[in-house]
Design a protein around this ligand. Structure first.
Ligand code: NI
Length: 274
């Protein structure tokens, strides 16, 4: 019986087996280095946010904002939106902010984040800052310390579960703060210094006028992403502020630019007179 030539891979293995020891060592080193590179690369790439149902829109429009901007000498303004996310108004607002290439800060309710997790994920995906407005929008000054802690911690847990991130700041509902609230919250408390009164006015022109009358450098504008009249006001407001030379920042960017270390339990909001 004639000896058949061995198949390709088997032949390779035989040749490899007969090769000199240093060649084997070299091969092992190369394979090991390849594996180490893979592990290193995997450790560098961030865990992608899993979005289940909400139709995702590419972040290409937002990409220029990821570039670190030089804010020195610029007039800064932060748009902040409370009480969301909700199913209809928040996505409308996101579309508008994407179109205008503006990043804002959303003070979300834990209960609504749990009700509309996909909308919350889209807000995060679009690169906006997400902070806490507590779990159920209760007036914390009227609560027992245990309930204050619950309102804050439950919202933190909801955000961790849904977005995998933790809020840095808490905006107490109604801006209501007393010594008990301060003593029982581990995060800095973030208020505002420009009140659009959108919740009361519900009229784009009036919201615009009310806001523009108070506008100033390092302004933090209070609005709510739960009224369509607010979304209607935001577009012209962004245009007007831009034409006055304002640069849009998130609250975190504003605080970082001001080089302020925020202290837990203390209330902030007015960085204009610093
Ligand atoms: Ni609120």
């Amino acid at each position: 019986m004639s000896k058949k030539p061995p198949l390709g891979f088997i032949s390779f293995l035989r040749k490899f087996d007969r090769s000199v020891p240093w060649f084997k060592v070299l091969c092992l080193i190369l394979i090991g280095a390849g594996l180490l590179c893979d592990i290193w690369r995997a450790s560098l790439s961030p865990t992608p946010v899993h979005i289940s149902h909400y139709p995702l829109i590419s972040d290409a429009a937002m990409r220029p904002l990821y570039v670190r901007r030089n804010l020195t000498g610029k007039k800064l303004i932060a748009l902040t939106f409370d009480d969301g996310p909700v199913a209809d108004v928040t996505p409308q607002l996101l579309g508008l902010l994407r179109q205008k290439a503006v990043r804002a800060t959303f003070f979300m309710l834990g209960s609504r984040m749990a009700a509309f997790p996909d909308v919350a994920k889209q807000v995060a995906y679009d690169g906006h800052e997400i902070e806490s407005h507590t779990m159920n929008h209760r007036n914390l000054t009227q609560l027992h310390p245990n309930d204050i802690a619950y309102e804050v911690n439950a919202a933190v847990d909801a955000q961790k579960a849904i977005l995998g991130t933790e809020p840095w700041l808490v905006r107490p509902p109604y801006g209501a703060i007393n010594p008990s609230v301060r003593a029982n919250i581990r995060q800095p408390l973030m208020l505002w210094n420009i009140d659009s009164e959108d919740w009361k006015l519900r009229d784009p022109a009036q919201i615009h006028a009310k806001t523009m009358a108070q506008v100033k450098d390092s302004g933090i504008i209070l609005m709510h992403d739960v009224y369509s009249s607010t979304v209607a006001a935001v577009g012209p407001l962004i245009d007007a502020l831009r034409s006055q030379g304002y640069e849009f920042v998130t609250v975190k960017e504003l605080v970082e630019h001001r080089q302020i270390s925020l202290v837990p339990g203390y209330a902030y909001g007015n960085f204009s007179e610093l």
